[in-house]
Design a protein around this ligand. Structure first.
Ligand SMILES: *Cc1c(COP(=O)(O)O)cnc(C)c1O
Length: 391
């Protein structure tokens, strides 16, 4: 399996077949497992083998298939699945931190990720936020007690691309572990391990499901981190992924590469076609040459991703008129779906942030985040253009 290319791993890695030889992965919808004897139960609680399970909060065969497939495609030794992307972010950080530790994080983060950092602060973890695109700020923030570095490789919703390789070099200089929330990069374009990341986190809710069905998350990393640091925390605190949701994610992974590449191609076509549109103040897409981190994006992802952020002229009123006139593109706050989805961050996903923080992050009243789906690019462009006419 080690020689398989990603497309093959996405279909076959981690598969476990029962005695029935089922083609499609089985859903083991069970929380418990029956032991043949009391001695076997005792032995399993001391140490479980790879095909031995105890309780679905600790692990489940369908969930394990998803974890092994994710580790195989991400290139890490192991992975642990969670009930949502936020359970993965929270688990990755909280499992390894204690009062008195220091964390450095990029300031441009998904609202819920910022909230997790706030919670850590309440428990005595010291958090420093930096402009993730400025290596000098990362360097200046590092301390001998810096235990973890947290960043979104491509930020939501302003699509700043962080130079993961240089941040890893800086963080490793003080012995900190680098945790990368890689949702916007997607597993398809991820080279996080190669760039030096220690722990990679995904919300599987996004591209991995790809059909807007289930919540899920996964943390990928070394065996030592996943089994000795993360698993004890997660298995006792209860953020286990449902076996049914794991099965949906396994099915999603089968088509991930096809979908994400089609979404990225659509995104580039739309970004290029809309650049300079008279109703738009800005078109932000890492795949465009004019993007401030275009070079880094190409180096560390080889593509611009599946999200295009637009700044509509006329502020919030302009943005709302644009959203309300769309016919194919749906107003919602998920992303990575096969369907194109548009969000107004200032009033939804980032509503909670005070005005000055929104301004600092570039979340202006006219900003809209477009998660590009796999519909026909021409139809999408026509929809966006007719809606811009309404602005
Ligand atoms: C959606 C998202 C999350 C949270 O994932 P859920 O599955 O919704 O809990 C975390 N980080 C980023 C960058 C996201 O886009």
């Amino acid at each position: 399996m080690a020689d398989w290319k990603t497309r093959t791993k996405l279909i076959h890695a981690g598969a476990r077949r029962s005695q029935y030889g089922e083609m499609s992965e089985a859903i083991y919808l069970t929380q418990g497992f029956v032991y043949e004897s009391a001695e076997q139960a005792e032995a399993r609680f001391i140490e479980s083998g790879p095909d031995e399970f105890i309780y679905a909060r600790y692990g489940n065969p369908t969930v394990r298939m998803f974890e092994e497939r994710m580790a195989a495609i991400e290139g890490t030794e192991d992975a642990f699945a969670t009930a949502s992307g936020m359970a993965a972010v929270n688990g990755a950080l909280t499992s390894m931190l204690k009062a008195g530790d220091h964390v450095v994080a990029a300031r441009a983060l998904f609202g819920s990720c910022l909230y997790v950092l706030e919670i850590l602060g309440r428990f005595g973890v010291d958090v420093t936020l930096v402009d993730g695109t400025d290596p000098d700020q990362w360097r200046a923030a590092m301390r001998p007690d810096t235990k973890a570095v947290f960043l979104e490789s491509v930020s939501n919703p302003t699509l700043e691309v962080i130079d993961v390789k240089s941040v890893c070099e800086i963080a490793h200089g003080v012995g900190a572990i680098v945790i990368v929330d890689n949702v916007f990069a997607t597993p398809t374009f991820s080279k996080a391990v190669e760039l030096g990341a220690d722990v990679i986190v995904y919300s599987a809710t996004k591209h991995i499901d790809g059909g807007g069905r289930c919540l899920g998350g996964v943390v990928c990393g070394s065996k030592a981190y996943i089994r000795k640091v993360l698993e004890p925390y997660l298995k006792h605190t209860g953020a286990a992924l449902s076996p049914f949701n794991a099965w949906v994610m396994l099915k999603g992974l089968e088509t991930l590469d096809l979908r994400v590449k089609a979404q990225a191609a659509n995104s580039l076509a739309l970004a290029e076609a809309l650049e300079g549109h008279e109703k738009l103040a800005r078109v932000i897409y890492p795949g465009l040459r004019g993007h401030a981190q275009h070079g880094i994006a190409m180096e560390q992802m080889g593509a611009g991703g599946t999200v295009v952020t637009l700044e509509v002229k006329g502020g919030q009123a302009g943005a709302f008129r644009f959203l309300n006139a769309l016919e194919i593109v749906k107003i919602s706050n998920n992303l990575g779906d096969a369907k194109s989805i548009i969000t107004h961050p200032a009033t939804t996903t980032h509503q909670r942030l005070p005005a000055d923080q929104k301004a600092m992050l570039g979340i202006t009243p006219g900003l809209v985040r477009l998660s590009v789906g796999i519909e026909d690019a021409g139809d999408l462009l026509a929809d966006l253009r007719q809606a811009l006419d309404a602005v």
